[in-house]
Design a protein around this ligand. Structure first.
Ligand code: ADP
Length: 605
């Protein structure tokens, strides 16, 4: 075989091989492109599906704002087909505000995307708010090829925002109104407080002003009753006495109730003897019961603690009211006071005190309102029995202040039982009762207990001889001076008189007195200042023994007097038995050497 033939053969073979290789390679390459194309198509399909099924409206346009494509949500939101949008007169057909459309167009032209909230308009002309985002579509080389717009209907969000705004506004308005109401309530409270203070001040002043002349009327009537009178004259004097005393009860009740109502009553927390307190109340009223032929009895169980901590004067006030009413509304039979120990702990106990009578009774229908102020079962009672209708209201408030209650059981024609419960502290935990027996008539009351009650001290003739003292009366009111002088005279005391505080100090400097009856409110130097001056002169709180005699009936009046250095406190109208007890206290204190100088233990009327 020749070389050229061989070369031709080899070349032919190589060429054939090359053709085969090339066709194999071309086939392989074709297969690769098709797979890539299929993958691209799949991707494209998914992208189109995603855009189609998006809930936001999506539109694609060219750089001249010609619409090329929009998804189903776009069609639903605007109602336009692509062709309709392109056929529209103006390119900004979708925007309610053409200026915004202009802005977006300019932004895209400048190569920037745009986003914001604006009103858009559908095919039917409905305008609604949307969030619009317009982005530029770029090819791989970065050249802008189209616009991609997304529209989100924010009608619902706006509605919610509006609702929130409205409720915020309502809330703000309500807050304003609330603040106004609170401010109004504060203003009213301040006004009420001021009115209340004015009322209390008015009552205190009125009570003082009324008590001063009443002191004269009652005092002079007492003096007059002690002179020689015909039976007829004595009857008239007794009527004046009774009327004066009734008037005094009304003034005291009114003042007391208004003080309680204004929250100005603070209960004392001092040791006292419950049994003595009950004895005192009963003994005070026994002459009245006797006068009506009523038996007055008391049941004090042996376990009743003797020494308790509380307000003896206020408990006495409740008992006197209940027993006083029982006597007032009973014509036949008896009145019984029964005490019981309801519960006790190491340092406190609950007591109940019941007052039972066999009197006129109270219909069930009237029982509820008994404890309201100015309430009386029957108006004719006012005329027949007198009274203000305040006693039970006061007792109820006092019982509540003592942590207790007051209640009534009654049957018309058969009688009533009023029960008060209260809580007191125990001053001696070992106190296991007073050991007294059952049912004891009031007349059995221990003499010691009676003697401890100033109200019950029997007038002693010749007191001035047995307990001699130099006495000074200080009062600016001539009638009051007279009443004090005559009452002192009855007890065997002479006295000198000063018309005001300055005169009292001057007289005291000249010749010291043992006991001074000192009016508190006086023109010029008042009783408090005069007392301070006298205390400064003597340096002693015990000598002279200074007794405030005042128409001011408030607890703070008493405290002011004690603070100024007075030793004892008597209310006007001056009651002879209370004055007598005070004179005795003064004499005993002056002769007992150094004692408690606080004056806190003194009995105040
Ligand atoms: P006052 O006795 O000053 O009228 P109270 O508040 O003490 O005021 O009593 C109110 C009313 O309750 C009395 O007017 C009377 O009608 C009735 N009342 C109180 N206690 C008794 C009683 N023991 N028996 C019958 N009625 C009573």
């Amino acid at each position: 075989m020749s070389l050229p033939l061989l070369v031709c053969l080899i070349a032919g073979f190589a060429l054939a091989t090359l053709v085969v290789v090339q066709s194999v390679r071309a086939r392989a390459e074709r297969r690769g492109y098709q797979a890539e194309l299929a993958a691209c198509q799949g991707k494209l399909t998914r992208i189109v599906q995603a855009v189609e099924s998006a809930s936001d409206a999506i539109g694609i346009g060219d750089m001249e704002s010609n619409s090329l494509f929009h998804n189903a949500a776009h069609l639903k939101l605007f109602g336009y087909t692509v062709a309709e949008i392109n056929a529209a007169d103006e390119p900004a057909v979708l925007f309610a505000d053409k200026a915004v459309a202009q802005q977006i167009h300019q932004s895209i032209r400048a190569g920037c995307s745009w986003q914001g909230e604006t009103d858009i308009k559908d095919k039917r002309g409905r305008v609604f708010p949307a969030f619009v985002r317009a982005d530029i579509i770029r090819d791989p080389s970065g050249t802008a090829t189209g616009i991609f717009g997304v529209f989100t209907d924010i009608t619902e969000r706006r509605r919610q925002e509006d609702a929130i705004r409205v409720s915020q506004e309502q809330l703000r308005q309500t807050n304003l109104e609330l603040n106004e109401a609170v401010e109004n309530a504060r203003r009213l409270a301040r006004a009420a407080e001021a009115a209340n203070e004015a009322k209390s001040a008015f009552l205190a002043t009125m009570s003082h002003e009324i008590r001063t002349p009443l002191n004269g009327v009652i005092g002079m009537t007492n003096v007059l009753a002690d002179t020689t009178l015909t039976a007829e004259q004595l009857k008239h004097v007794r009527m004046i006495q009774l009327s004066g005393e009734s008037l005094l009860v009304i003034i005291n009740d009114t003042l007391d109730y208004s003080k309680i109502e204004a929250g100005r009553v603070e209960l004392a927390q001092q040791p006292f003897d419950v049994v003595t307190c009950i004895h005192d109340s009963i003994a005070m009223l026994s002459p009245r019961a006797e006068a009506k032929g009523l038996a007055l009895t008391q049941v004090l169980p042996p376990e009743l603690p003797r020494s308790v901590i509380g307000d003896a004067a206020r408990l006495r006030q409740i008992l006197i009211n209940l027993v006083g009413n029982a006597i007032k509304f009973t014509d036949r039979g008896e009145i019984g006071l029964r005490a019981a120990l309801l519960a006790r702990s190491a340092d406190r106990c609950r007591l109940s005190l019941s007052v039972t009578d066999t009197g006129i009774g109270i219909p069930v229908t009237a029982q509820d309102r008994l404890f309201q102020r100015f309430s009386q079962v029957d108006d004719t009672n006012t005329r027949k029995y007198g009274g203000t209708g305040l006693g039970l209201a006061i007792s109820k408030r006092l019982a509540e202040l003592m942590g207790g209650t007051i209640s009534v059981e009654s049957e018309p024609g058969r009688g009533s039982t009023f029960t008060v419960t209260l809580e007191v502290g125990l001053s001696s935990p070992k106190d296991h009762g007073h050991g007294a027996g059952a049912m004891r008539p009031a007349s059995d009351v221990a003499p010691a207990a009676l003697a401890s009650s100033p109200a019950l001290a029997k007038p002693l003739s010749g007191l001035g001889e047995r307990m001699p003292m130099r006495v000074l009366v200080t009062d600016d009111n001539v009638v009051n001076q007279h009443v004090a002088m005559l009452t002192l005279k009855k007890f065997g005391y002479g006295c000198e008189v000063a018309n005001d505080g300055a005169a009292a100090v001057a007289l005291f400097e000249r010749a010291p007195y043992d006991l001074i009856l000192m009016d508190v409110q006086m023109p010029g130097m008042d009783g408090l200042d005069a007392t301070r001056r006298i205390r400064a002169l003597t340096g002693s709180r015990q000598r002279p023994w200074i007794v405030a005699v005042t128409a001011g009936a408030l607890e703070e009046d008493r405290l002011k007097a004690l603070e100024a250095g007075m030793n004892d406190f008597l209310n006007k109208p001056l009651k002879p038995d209370l004055l007598q007890a005070s004179l005795q206290r003064g004499y005993e204190a002056l002769h007992s050497g150094p004692t408690d100088e606080s004056g806190a233990g003194n009995t105040c009327a």
